[in-house]
Design a protein around this ligand. Sequence first.
Ligand SMILES: Cc1cc2nc3c(=O)[nH]c(=O)nc-3n(C[C@H](O)[C@H](O)[C@H](O)COP(=O)(O)O)c2cc1C
Length: 309
Amino acid sequence: MLRIGPLGLDSPLILAPLAGYSDLPFRLLCREFGAGLVVSEMISCHGLVYQQAGTLAMLTSISEERPLSIQLFGADPMVMAQATALLRPFKPELIDINMGCPVRKVTKRGAGSALMNTPALARQIIQAVVKEATVPVTVKTRIGVNSDRITAVEFAQMAEDAGAAAITVHGRTWAQGFTGQADWQTIALVKKKVSIPVIGNGDIENYQDAQDRMAESGCDGVMIGRGALGNPWAFSADGRPASLAGLLPGVRRHLELMAEHLPTERMLGVIKSQIGRYFRDLPHSSHYRQLVFACPDFATLRREINALG
Ligand SMILES: Cc1cc2nc3c(=O)[nH]c(=O)nc-3n(C[C@H](O)[C@H](O)[C@H](O)COP(=O)(O)O)c2cc1C
């Protein structure tokens, strides 16, 4: 069983933080399909400290999705500590620190992937968050800045020493962004060199991939990101249904959870992009995607999906 501090997970397969996607309905759905832990979208420590409405909305949670890890990003240890204290009323089971996001908006302020360039600052951030937190603190990072500077082992050792309770390693460099393939050999090396749980991440498409990557790398758990979009079956041993009839119950459940927990009209664009992904492997997939994208409102979208069978 994967244990992070005192928290035991009933599955080592974890839904990765996905800005714009890992909202409450999708997290609930993935838990229902077998994910052992779900992670929020990344939350700006400044947004939290300034109590910005958009940031606070992302913190909405209900007991059915627990355990929940809330991910913070930022580059100032003091502000990260303040944000950590402000998370207490939300009672996350874990707090994760983003040290791997390559998006310029994040890195230009020294946060996300840029922290791999400044390990001393990364250490201060981890220590500051651990000091304020009443729950285990984890770190999510990449294997290094670029192919000449693969620093995952040293970085993970630093994180462990600074008090992190687990580390997630995405097997790409900052320079790679999302190109190329995840390097699971480096992830396996990290696993050998630290004693905290190591969660491997990168290019897992389905449940079998997850089992294979864990067996090969020795990782204690894995995170699934893009492979889970339109595919909550990635967390379940039964696997993804091949037919439209098999997929529809999952699509309908996702729509139901969206109707319950999202301002559906305001988020129609996001909803369509999530729902469109369910049909990706079907013959005539573009027909279904067009049908989804042509819906003028959420009620029509539900009706059209219900009419499919
Ligand atoms: C749309 C999108 C949003 C993401 N948002 C976050 C985020 O908020 N925090 C984070 O640490 N990683 C984020 N990531 C990275 C993923 O968590 C994951 O590390 C990466 O996609 C590799 O895993 P995968 O191959 O399973 O997708 C994001 C990735 C994508 C594609």
